[in-house]
Write a protein that binds this ligand. Structure first.
Ligand code: M6R
Length: 608
C-alpha cells in the first residue's frame, strides 16, 4: 500500500527519492509526490498516477537539495488527486508530512483546528498532522511532533520536514512500519527496506511510539513518553541485487524461478536427517509449551491463508493437535475456542497485514501464545509474537505471492514434523519426511524446466474467461491458490473447489467454454479425482491435469498434462503449485496484463 522514503545526507536527494519510490511501486499506489528543502524553502511536487510522471515533471524542474522525502499513496480518505497526494503541508507550507496509516480521530482534530482558523486543502486524514505540528511548534521540531502525536489516535509511519530545519527531519512510528537506514554521512528512512537497499544494509527498525530525529551524521531516538532510546544499527541479510529483475521480464517470473533456492534457504540448517526431526531455533524458547499444546489456531489472509489450509492437513497427519485455520478478517466475528494455552500461529509474507495483526492482538487478549511465520525480518508481526520462524526467502516484490507460499508450506511441514516427533511420529517416518523435504528444490526445478510447455498450454487456454481448479485433501488448498493466482494477475474468473464438492453445484458451470485445472497427483484421493475428471469430460469440459510422473492413465481424460515428480503424498502439491503459478503467469502474458502491479491490488495490505 502506501510507501515512504526519506533522505538526508551529502548527495542530491531527488534521484535517491525517485529511485526509492520506484522500488516501492510494487506495493500498489495511485499517486506519488516528493518534497525537498531548497534554499530555505520547502518545495513539493505531487500528482495522481505513476512515479514516472513525477520523474518527467522533476526533469523540468531539477531541485538542488540534500534533504527530502517521497511518498506513494494508495487512496483511503479521498480520491487520487494532486490535492490528496502526499506530502501534505500546513497553511504557509513551512511544514510538510508524509504518512502511512490512518488517523482515526482526524475528523475531531480537523473540526478543532478549523475552529481555530486552520484551513484545509485536502480530504485526507494526514493533513491534520501538518496543522497540528504547526500548532505545537515553538522552535523545536522534534518536540512539536511529539506533542502533536500525543493528540492523535490511530496508526502512523510518518516523516516530517520543516523549512527552518534544513538539516534535520523527524520520523515516528505507531503500527505502521518505518525503518531507518544508516549510511556514510547520510541517513535514509523508508516504510520498506527495498527503498534504500542499494545505499545501505545497516538498519534500525523503529518501534511503536518511537520518534527519531535524523541528521546526516546521527540519529536520536526518543519515545512519545520522552524516554531516550539507544538502539544500534543491525545488518540485514537481503542483498541489493535481490530487488533487481536480473534479466527476468517480471518480478513474479523471477520469484517463481527462485523457488529451488527459497526452499533450500527455508530448509537450511533446520533438518536433522539422522534423527528424522527438524530444529527451528526461533521456536526453542516455547518448545515446552508446544510439546504440551493441544490446540493450534492458524490465522492469515489470502495466499498465506491457503498455506494455513494446507498445513491443517499436514498437522493432522503428523501430530495429534486439534488444528483450526481462520481467515484473519473473519476471526473477530466468531466466538473462537481460543483460551490460555492455545497456540495461535500467524502466517504472513509481509508481517504487516493489518487483518492478521488485529486477529493476533485479539487472540493475545484471550491468553493465546502467539507465534509467527514471517518473511520480512523486523516486521510488526515478528515483534508482537513470542517466537516464530522466518522464511529467509529474500524480498518478494511481485504482488502475487509465489516463492513465499511454497516456502511457507515447506516450513509448516517442518513445524509439524518437529511437533509430531515429540509425540507418536516414529524416527523412520521422520527420516522419510526429511528426505522428502530435501527433494523439493530438485522437484521444483523439474517443473520449472517445463516452463516452455506450460507457456504453450497457457497460450491455448488464455482466451477462456472462466476456470475451475479442482483438488482434494492436500491438493485442495493448492486448487484455491491456483485460482487466486489466475484471478490476481490475469483478471480471469477462476474458482477453486474441493473436488468432491464439484457435483454439489460447480459442475453446472462446465461446458466447452469452461475449462478445469485438476490437481491429480498420486495420493489416496487419486481415484476419486479421476472420477471427477471423467464427469467433467463427459460434459465436454476441457481439462489440464497436474499429475505424477509415470501416470499414463490420466492421459485418457486430460487434454493437457503437466507432470511433477513423485514424492510423499503431502509434499507433491508443493512443486505442483509451481506449475499453477507458471500457468497463471503465462495466461497473464497472453492477455498483456500488468503482472507485477495488478489493478486494485497492493502487496502489503496495511488497512483492515
Ligand atoms: O503479507 P501477507 O502474507 O500477510 O499477505 C496476505 C495476502 O494479502 C496476500 O497473500 C495476497 O493474497 C497476495 N496478493 C496473494 O498473491
Amino acid at each position: 500500500m502506501c510507501g515512504i522514503v526519506g533522505y538526508i545526507g551529502n548527495k542530491h536527494a531527488v534521484p535517491i527519492l525517485l529511485e526509492g519510490l520506484h522500488r516501492l511501486e510494487y506495493r500498489g499506489y495511485d499517486s506519488a509526490g516528493i518534497a525537498v528543502i531548497e534554499r530555505g524553502e520547502l518545495c513539493r511536487v505531487r500528482m495522481p498516477g505513476k512515479v514516472n510522471s513525477l520523474v518527467a515533471q522533476l526533469a523540468e524542474r531539477p531541485f538542488e537539495s540534500t534533504i527530502g522525502m517521497g511518498h506513494t499513496r494508495w487512496a483511503t480518505h479521498g480520491k487520487p488527486s494532486e490535492a490528496n497526494a502526499h506530502p501534505h503541508a500546513n497553511g504557509d507550507e513551512t511544514i510538510m508530512v508524509v504518512h502511512n496509516g490512518i488517523i482515526e480521530n482526524y475528523q475531531t482534530l480537523r473540526e478543532q483546528l478549523s475552529a481555530r482558523g486552520y484551513r484545509f486543502s485536502s480530504e485526507t486524514d494526514t493533513e491534520v498532522v501538518a496543522h497540528l505540528i504547526e500548532d505545537e511548534y515553538t522552535g523545536d521540531l522534534t518536540q512539536a511532533v511529539k506533542r502533536a502525536l500525543r493528540k492523535v489516535t490511530g496508526t502512523y509511519g510518518l516523516v516530517v520536514m520543516h523549512a527552518q530545519h534544513p538539516r534535520e527531519m523527524v520520523a515516528a512510528r505507531r503500527g505502521s512500519p518505518m525503518v531507518l537506514g544508516v549510511g556514510d554521512h547520510e541517513m535514509l528512512l523508508a516504510s520498506d527496506v527495498a527503498a534504500f537497499l542499494r545505499l545501505t544494509d545497516r538498519v534500525v527498525y523503529l518501534e511503536d511510539d518511537d520518534i527519531v530525529t535524523l541528521r546526516a551524521d546521527e540519529y536520536v531516538i526518543d519515545t512519545l513518553a520522552d524516554k531516550h532510546v539507544e538502539r544500534e544499527a543491525e545488518r540485514i541479510e537481503w542483498q541489493a541485487d535481490e530487488v533487481e529483475l536480473n534479466g527476468f521480464r517480471h518480478y513474479m517470473l523471477k520469484e517463481i524461478h527462485e523457488q529451488p533456492d527459497t526452499i533450500t534457504n527455508a530448509l537450511r540448517g533446520r533438518l536433522i536427517a539422522s534423527e528424522g526431526i527438524a530444529h527451528l531455533g526461533g521456536l526453542d524458547k516455547v518448545l515446552n509449551h508446544l510439546k504440551e499444546a493441544q490446540h493450534l489456531v492458524i490465522v492469515s489472509c489470502g495466499t498465506s491463508y491457503y498455506a494455513g489450509l494446507y498445513a491443517r492437513y499436514v498437522f493432522e497427519r503428523l501430530t495429534d493437535l486439534v488444528v483450526e485455520v481462520e481467515i484473519a478478517s473473519e476471526m473477530r466475528y466468531r466466538k473462537t475456542n481460543i483460551r490460555p494455552g492455545t497456540v495461535v500461529l500467524g502466517i504472513s509474507q509481509s508481517g504487516e497485514t493489518a487483518d492478521t495483526i488485529a486477529a493476533m492482538h485479539e487472540a493475545s487478549r484471550k491468553g493465546a501464545l502467539l507465534l509467527g511465520l514471517v518473511n520480512v525480518v523486523g516486521s510488526t508481526m515478528s515483534r508482537i509474537t513470542e517466537a516464530g520462524v522466518y522464511n529467509h526467502g529474500g524480498p518478494e516484490i511481485g504482488v502475487a505471492s509465489t516463492k513465499i507460499f511454497t516456502s511457507q508450506c515447506a516450513i509448516l511441514v517442518m513445524i509439524a514434523l518437529l511437533l509430531g516427533r515429540f509425540k507418536h511420529l516414529a524416527v523412520t517416518d521422520g527420516m522419510e519426511i526429511v528426505a522428502g523435504l530435501e527433494r523439493l528444490p530438485t522437484h521444483i526445478s523439474t517443473v520449472l524446466k517445463q516452463a516452455d510447455a506450460i507457456r504453450s498450454i497457457a497460450a491455448s487456454y488464455a482466451q477462456y474467461d472462466n476456470f475451475l481448479f479442482l483438488g482434494r485433501k492436500y491438493n485442495y488448498p493448492m486448487a484455491l491458490e491456483g485460482a487466486l493466482k489466475l484471478k490476481e494477475i490475469s483478471y480471469i474468473h477462476a474458482e477453486g473447489c474441493a473436488a468432491g464438492e464439484m457435483k454439489h453445484g460447480f459442475i453446472a458451470m462446465i461446458d466447452q467454454r469452461f475449462p478445469t485445472v485438476c490437481l491429480a497427483t498420486k495420493d489416496m484421493t487419486y481415484d476419486k479425482v479421476l472420477s471427477n475428471m471423467q464427469e467433467i469430460k463427459s460434459r465436454g469440459g476441457k481439462m489440464i491435469a497436474i499429475a505424477t510422473e509415470g501416470d499414463e492413465e490420466i492421459a485418457e481424460v486430460a487434454d493437457d498434462i503437466i507432470y511433477t515428480p513423485p514424492n510423499l503424498d503431502f509434499l507433491q502439491p508443493i512443486p505442483a503449485v509451481v506449475a499453477l503459478q507458471l500457468f497463471a503467469y503465462y495466461c497473464a502474458i497472453e492477455r498483456d496484463c500488468d503482472i507485477d502491479q495488478p489493478r486494485n491490488l497492493a502487496k502489503s495490505v496495511t488497512v483492515e
